[in-house]
Design a protein around this ligand. Structure first.
Ligand SMILES: [Zn+2]
Ligand SMILES: [Zn+2]
Length: 292
């Protein structure tokens, strides 16, 4: 460790940990020193030529704001340590996907076209999406939100009993500048679910100049995709529960178009660069390593 660098936060000035279902960041108290420009108040006073006093936000408040943005992104707890840098690569498509993720971060907000990570379970699609929004919030200061489509659906159902309108619950997901929808296509796929998805995607679609959508999905654009097929078939035999088996078989049989319908699919194709990924199932791979 370099001399003078805080060992608790490795000199980053903040700590990331999981709290309940989500990932949280907070300022590292061990190395935190009150800003010498504003004395920690966050406000700098200056006088104009005519003698008026002006109050301005001190630049140190930007750091706190970024931590707040990170906490508002609702990153699931199990991804608290996921970053683009520590992404495990076992296949060239994963390498390309990571490169594209970093390129996206670097060119945002000048380029707002989103990304769609497609491919079998366990190859790091969600990891990359999380890595992206961690950088966008902490390093660049943009508003992002992560959501599992299931979570939106259950919030809406809960909202019904509290007489909250569907529109009000959907609103934050419609308006946030960068939205990650995880596991698109998973679910029962009934008319009601399709309608909710349509409301979110269509409203973001009309605003593509402002809004970026990042998708992860286990479905691909071709059924029996060459990349996912052998792996997924192998996975199916290893799965214990029939529920999981049915889901994996479904991924093989159906395409993303089948799952979300032509209208949503064609919009997503306009909104996102599609990235098909293959590789070892990271979770199983890890498991195997543990056995050795
Ligand atoms: Zn520290
Ligand atoms: Zn300050």
């Amino acid at each position: 460790m370099e001399k003078g660098i805080c060992e608790k936060c490795k000199g980053k000035g903040f700590l990331v940990f999981s709290k309940g279902n989500f990932t949280t960041a907070k300022i590292c108290k061990k190395c935190y020193v009150a800003c010498d420009k504003c004395g920690g108040d966050g406000i700098i006073y200056s006088k104009s030529e005519r003698g008026y006093t002006y109050a301005d936000k001190c630049e140190c408040t930007m750091f706190e704001r970024r931590i707040m943005l990170f906490n508002m992104a609702m990153i699931p707890a199990q991804f608290s340590s996921a970053t683009l840098e520590d992404f495990q690569i076992t296949h060239h498509t994963q390498e390309e996907a990571r490169t594209n993720s970093q390129k996206f971060v670097d060119s945002y907000p000048f380029k707002k076209r989103g990304l769609m990570f497609m491919g079998p379970v366990g190859i790091g699609k969600t990891h990359l999406a999380v890595g992206i929004i961690k950088k966008l919030t902490l390093e660049k200061g943009y508003r992002c939100k992560f959501v599992d489509f299931f979570h939106i659906l259950s919030s809406i159902k809960e909202g019904y009993s509290e007489r909250k309108s569907e529109k009000k619950i959907i609103e934050p997901f419609v308006k946030v500048p960068v939205l990650v929808i995880d596991e698109l296509g998973k679910g029962r796929n009934n008319e009601w679910e399709a309608n909710i998805l349509d409301q979110i995607i269509s409203r973001r679609y009309v605003n593509t100049n402002e809004l970026t959508t990042i998708i992860t999905t286990n479905y691909t654009t071709r059924s029996e995709s060459t990349l996912s097929c052998t792996r997924t078939k192998m996975n199916i035999n290893r799965l214990v529960s029939t529920k999981e088996k049915t889901y994996e078989e479904e991924i093989l049989r159906e395409t993303l178009q089948d799952r979300v319908g032509d209208r949503i699919f064609s919009r997503l194709a306009e909104m996102c660069n599609m990235i098909e990924m293959g590789g070892k199932d990271f979770r199983m791979w890890k498991h195997k390593e543990d056995e050795v």
